[in-house]
Design a protein around this ligand. Structure first.
Ligand SMILES: Cc1cc2nc3c(=O)[nH]c(=O)nc-3n(C[C@H](O)[C@H](O)[C@H](O)COP(=O)(O)OP(=O)(O)OC[C@H]3O[C@@H](n4cnc5c(N)ncnc54)[C@H](O)[C@@H]3O)c2cc1C
Length: 400
C-alpha cells in the first residue's frame, strides 16, 4: 500500500486566484476534444472552472461562448453535456427548494440505517484506502476535487461506511471552493441512490483505471467485485474504518472573517440606488453610473447555515471587496431593512440568497439551456427537452 502521507500523485495547489484574469486564463485553457477523451481521469483535461462558475465570475453562457469562439461544437459534445448537469441540478433545486436537503426517495436502505456523524477517520483522511485518504487531503489542500474523486468519496462514505448522504454533503460543501447546494447535495443523493435508480459503486479496478498510482487501492476494502460491493451497500452493517496517519481538518468559519466589513447603515443609502453584490455574483460589471452605490452583502448564517473553510473566504472576500463601495454582513432581516432605505435595488438573483429576498426585483442569472417550467424527473429527460431540434451548441446561445 502507498504511504498516504506522500505527496506523489496529489495535485499541486490548484491556484484558484480570485480575479477575472485567472478566470479568463482557465477559460482560454479549455480543450474540448481532450476534455471529451480524458474527462473521467483524475489527470484528464478537466477545466477547473467550477469555483469561478459557482461564484459568478463566469456564467455558463460565458463559458460556452468563449469555447465556441475557438471552434464549433455539436450540442451533444461531452463538454456541453457536462455543463448541462449543473443546470439540471439547478432546475431540480428551483422546483423542490429545500426538498434537496431530504432524500428524494428511499435509497438502498432506509434513511435511519445511516449514521448522522461524519467518522473521524474520514475527517482526518486516515481510512487506510488511498483513493479516499488522498481525496480528503486534496480537498483540504486546494478546495477542489475531480468529479471522480468526489464520487468515490461519497460512495465509500454512504455505501461502505453507512454515513447518511446529508452528513457527507454538508461536510464536503463546507470545504469546497465551488460548493453549490444544488450540484453538491443532489450529486450526493445521486451517488446514494436517493435521487437515481441505483447506488453508485466503484472498486479498486475503477480507481486504477482513472487515477495515478498513488491513489491505487488494491488490497483494501474497495478491492472487491461489483456484486460483492452491491451486497455490502444493501446491508446495514458498516465496514470498519481505519487508523492510518492522519491529517488535520482545516478550521471552518461560520461567518466571513477579518476586516473590510462596514457597520450596517441604512440611512446612508437614502437618495441612492444600490447595486447589490454577493458571493455568487462576482463577475465583471460595467462601472456603476453616478448615484449608484455598490453594496456587498453576506447574510448570516449563510446558505443552509453551513460554515466555510478559510480558503473559500479568501477566494470570495477579496474579489467582493474590490467590487464594492460598502461591505455589510448581518442577518437577512437586518440587511433587508437597511437596503430598504435605498431609492432602488438591482442585482443578480441566486438560490443561495435568503428566501425572503426573492421578492426583490433581482435579475435572473444567465443560464444556458431553455428554462423548463415542468419539472423533469431525470437528467436525460431534461437534456432531451432542452436540446430538442438543436444540433450545434451555438444554437443554445440563441435559444434563450
Ligand atoms: C459528490 C459530488 C459533489 C459535487 N459538488 C459540487 C459542488 O458543490 N459544486 C459544483 O460546481 N460541482 C459539484 N459537483 C460536480 C462536479 O464534480 C464538479 O462540477 C466538477 O468536478 C468541477 O470541476 P471542473 O470545473 O474541472 O469540471 P469540468 O468537468 O471541467 O466541467 C466544467 C463545468 O461543468 C459543470 N459540471 C461538470 N460536471 C458536472 C457535474 N457532474 N455536475 C454538475 N456540474 C458539472 C461545472 O460547472 C464545471 O465547472 C459534485 C459532484 C459530486 C459527485
Amino acid at each position: 500500500m502507498q504511504d498516504p502521507e506522500s505527496t506523489d500523485g496529489l495535485f499541486p495547489a490548484a491556484g484558484f486566484e480570485p480575479t477575472m484574469a485567472a478566470a479568463r486564463a482557465r477559460l482560454a485553457a479549455v480543450r474540448p476534444a481532450a476534455y471529451a477523451r480524458t474527462r473521467n481521469h483524475l489527470e484528464g483535461a478537466v477545466t477547473r472552472l467550477s469555483p469561478y462558475i459557482t461564484h459568478g465570475f463566469l456564467s455558463l453562457p460565458d463559458v460556452l461562448q468563449a469555447v465556441l469562439a475557438r471552434g464549433p461544437l455539436e450540442v451533444r459534445h461531452r463538454f456541453v453535456f457536462e455543463l448541462a448537469w449543473r443546470e439540471y441540478f439547478a432546475h431540480v433545486h428551483a422546483h423542490v427548494g429545500d426538498g434537496i436537503f431530504k432524500s428524494m426517495h428511499t435509497g438502498v436502505l432506509p434513511d435511519e440505517a445511516y449514521a448522522q456523524r461524519w467518522p473521524d477517520d474520514l475527517r482526518q483522511g486516515c481510512t487506510g484506502v488511498p483513493a479516499i485518504d488522498r481525496a480528503v487531503r486534496e480537498l483540504y489542500a486546494t478546495g477542489w476535487l475531480h468529479n471522480h474523486a468526489r464520487m468515490w468519496l461519497a460512495s465509500y462514505a454512504v455505501h461502505l461506511r453507512k454515513v447518511h448522504w446529508r452528513v457527507g454533503a454538508d461536510w464536503m460543501f463546507a470545504h469546497l471552493l465551488d460548493g453549490d447546494l444544488a450540484s453538491n447535495h443532489l450529486s450526493w443523493q445521486w451517488v446514494a441512490g436517493t435521487a437515481s435508480h441505483k447506488p453508485y459503486l466503484f472498486n479498486a479496478d475503477n480507481v486504477a483505471r482513472h487515477a495515478p498510482a498513488p491513489w491505487h487501492s488494491a488490497g483494501t476494502v474497495i478491492d472487491q467485485s461489483y456484486e460483492a460491493l452491491d451486497r455490502i451497500a444493501r446491508t446495514p452493517q458498516a465496514v470498519a474504518g481505519g487508523r492510518g496517519p492522519s491529517c488535520a481538518e482545516p478550521a471552518l468559519l461560520p461567518a466571513p472573517p477579518g476586516p473590510g466589513w462596514h457597520p450596517i447603515d441604512g440611512p446612508a443609502l437614502r437618495g441612492h440606488r444600490v447595486e447589490l453584490v454577493h458571493a455568487w455574483a462576482l463577475g465583471e460589471r460595467p462601472a456603476p453610473p453616478a448615484g449608484v452605490i455598490r453594496v456587498g452583502v453576506w447574510a448570516k448564517p449563510g446558505p443552509a447555515g453551513l460554515p466555510w473553510g478559510a480558503t473559500r473566504w479568501d477566494f470570495v472576500m477579496p474579489r467582493m471587496q474590490s467590487m464594492c463601495d460598502l461591505m455589510w454582513a448581518g442577518t437577512a432581516d437586518e440587511l433587508a431593512q437597511a437596503l430598504g432605505h435605498a431609492d432602488a435595488l438591482q442585482g443578480i438573483s441566486n438560490p443561495h440568497l435568503p428566501a425572503q429576498w426573492a421578492q426583490w426585483p433581482l435579475q435572473a442569472a444567465a443560464g444556458l439551456l431553455p428554462l423548463q417550467a415542468l419539472r423533469c424527473n431525470s437528467f436525460s429527460q431534461f437534456w432531451a427537452r432542452a436540446t430538442k431540434g438543436l444540433s450545434q451548441a451555438t444554437e443554445l446561445l440563441h435559444a434563450r
